[in-house]
Write a protein that binds this ligand. Structure first.
Ligand SMILES: Nc1ncnc2c1ncn2[C@@H]1O[C@H](COP(=O)(O)OP(=O)(O)OP(=O)(O)O)[C@@H](O)[C@H]1O
Length: 298
């Protein structure tokens, strides 16, 4: 099999259990992400999503396993991998604009000051931040505005891989919806590869090309890779009318409600530990229109 742009191979994380032994968070997690793909990961609290993200960001080392990006094993943090956390992580003493130019100047050292500023302003505009807001400090912005700055900053740096750890978790539903739309807008204009943690099924369906489903921990596994067979561009009002929408949603709800527990600790996927691919397509003429779901092993 040709290797993916980002390839996670047999990733295992164990931690001390506090009683002299150890517990396994996940074992042999293996999956790939293609260049330009938007992949979300869903799973119950504690299954190890943030642990996977921290390893991808280079902020922690796994117990075993290999991660390759563009064929090269990765280790440690790098400007090639940008991260957006739930808590914004902006530099409080810098203005909005400087929070963005700071990273852009480091990423593109050959650029003039003007190029860095123009590039940064363009990305802030894409997330709706214009005018005097870009000269304010983070403490003078709303939570939604701060998260917009984080997203603009991450995309403006043009990392090869963008890691989003529940970026909208702290926002109210309306602000969340607006920023999701802005995120799609920014992402659509790039060939950016995105890996995102979310707890929100609807958010994952709206944004992702593919959703990875994890079973419950300990001994969690990435059990399924569900293709989001909804055409782009997507909006939250049009996708619900698509024949695939509820079939996909029901599948995800059913997995998180029942199968994530039933499969916990069981061996799933093929012998290489890759998740089962699930493709749901109810559109007329689709090969798997009847039955609706591709068989998924129980
Ligand atoms: N540094 C650590 N030392 C020991 N145990 C840890 C450490 N970091 C995480 N864990 C444990 O590993 C498991 C997975 O944690 P992780 O934060 O990755 O889960 P998660 O799926 O991201 O959860 P949530 O959705 O609640 O954020 C949990 O049981 C957690 O307590």
């Amino acid at each position: 099999m040709a290797s993916s742009f980002l390839s996670i191979e047999r990733l295992t994380q164990r931690y001390p259990d506090g009683k002299g032994g150890e517990f396994t968070v996940f074992e042999n997690a293996s999956f790939g992400i293609e260049k330009g793909e938007f992949v979300c990961i869903l799973g119950h609290s504690g299954c190890g999503k943030s642990t996977i993200m921290n390893i991808l960001a280079g902020l922690s080392d796994p117990t075993s396993g290999v991660i390759k990006m563009d064929g090269q094993a990765i280790s440690g943090p790098s400007l090639d991998r940008g991260v957006v956390f739930q808590n914004y992580s902006l530099l409080p003493w810098l203005t909005t604009l400087k929070n963005v130019t700071f990273g852009v100047a480091a990423r593109f050292p050959q650029w003039t000051k003007q190029q860095v500023t123009d590039h940064s302003i363009a990305f802030l505009e894409k997330v709706g931040l214009t005018g005097d807001a870009i000269y304010r400090k983070p403490s003078q912005l709303s939570g939604g505005m701060r998260q917009r700055v984080s997203i603009a900053r991450a995309f403006a740096n043009e990392p090869k891989l963008l890691l989003l750890d529940e970026p909208f978790g702290a926002l109210d539903a309306l602000t969340r919806g607006t920023i999701q739309d802005e995120l799609i807008k920014v992402w659509s204009g790039t060939d950016q590869t995105v890996f995102m943690i979310t707890h929100d099924i609807d958010e994952a369906i709206l944004l992702a090309d593919r959703i990875l489903l994890m079973t419950n921990g300990p001994n969690a596994r990435v059990a399924e890779s569900v293709e989001i067979t909804l055409p782009r561009p997507r909006t939250r009002t049009t996708i619900v009318e698509h024949p695939n929408y509820y079939a996909i949603r029901n599948h995800l709800v059913q997995f998180l409600g029942e199968r994530s527990v039933l499969l916990a600790g069981e061996s799933v996927g093929d012998e290489t530990h890759r998740p089962e691919t699930v493709r749901i397509d109810k559109t007329e003429g689709a090969a798997d229109a009847e039955p609706l779901l591709r068989a998924v092993p129980k």
